[in-house]
Design a protein around this ligand. Sequence first.
Ligand code: ATP
Ligand code: MG
Ligand code: FE
Length: 332
Amino acid sequence: LLILGIETSCDETAVAIVKNGKEILANVVSSQIESHKRFGGVVPEIASRHHVEQITYVLEQAMEQAAVSWDEISAIAVTEGPGLVGALLVGVNAAKALAFAKHKPLIGVHHIAGHIYANRLQQEFQFPLLALIVSGGHTELVIMKAHGEYELIGETRDDAAGEAYDKVARMLDLPYPGGPGIDRLAGLGEETIEFPRAWLEEGSYDFSFSGLKSSVTNTIHNAKQRGETLKPEDIAASFQASVVDVLTTKTVRAAKHYNVKQVIVAGGVAANKGLRSSLQQEFANLKIPLQIPPLYLCTDNAAMIAAAGAIAFAQGKRSTLDLNARASMPLK
Ligand code: ATP
Ligand code: MG
Ligand code: FE
């Protein structure tokens, strides 16, 4: 069973071919980060244009890398949402054209389901599992009791974790995307500033990072007014300590409460060294298996879309040729 996956929800044009939902035969990612850097974030129009320019080339490369023929492809899976509509449309239309021309079933995939299924490219799932999704646009805790079934138990009420990283990075004049820069700086500094932790109501698995972001802004501003200079590495370390503390604590609490057999982490912020080591330590103590994908599977790619598509395909889920891009959609 070979699934061809396509991902264009943000600033990565990606095509992959995955065998039996688990084995990567090709995983081509063309990143546009350089084009968006000088704007400090993703510019939707530029993203769409890049996808249009890259998609055919990336597709050809993936087919070449996998060394398979179109006859062997079982279905086309594509990210239908959530994401930038103009960006998503490029992938959705490419997938529809291929499905029509090559007579293949079409499967619309939720981008976050893809981030979760990136983990299955490493190891089979054990249910019930808890997924912590931490990306540029999402911060969520999801319980899965079976393949393709998602129960959202907590989510951010304002900024996503990655978004907070990107915004704080801007305050520190670090290049976009800010996560890796802050992560690196944090490793050089110390937690000298006590930033707030948004625990929210007792028992809540929701998150909030906008207060933390404001607190960082105010701290930098106040120090400047007093003529003091704070070390950027200490700001980074203190900010990261707050984010990691909240993410780790809520994930641990949810894992215990739902008595899960496995915890998986997904999304670009899963690359964070502080978060990785904090989660590794906690779950090693609890003896609950923790899985964090390697970097190239944490950030946007199409192998994860093909992996999620393989399960949807096996469950008989199909999309029709009127499949449309969706800026927001519930996890399914
Ligand atoms: P979504 O998946 O929610 O649509 P996205 O696809 O833009 O959003 P990803 O590509 O999964 O998000 O992740 C990108 C985010 O990950 C950025 O916000 C980036 O700053 C963050 N990030 C990457 N590396 C690190 C790191 N080492 N530490 C913290 N954040 C990081
Ligand atoms: Mg991205
Ligand atoms: Fe993503």
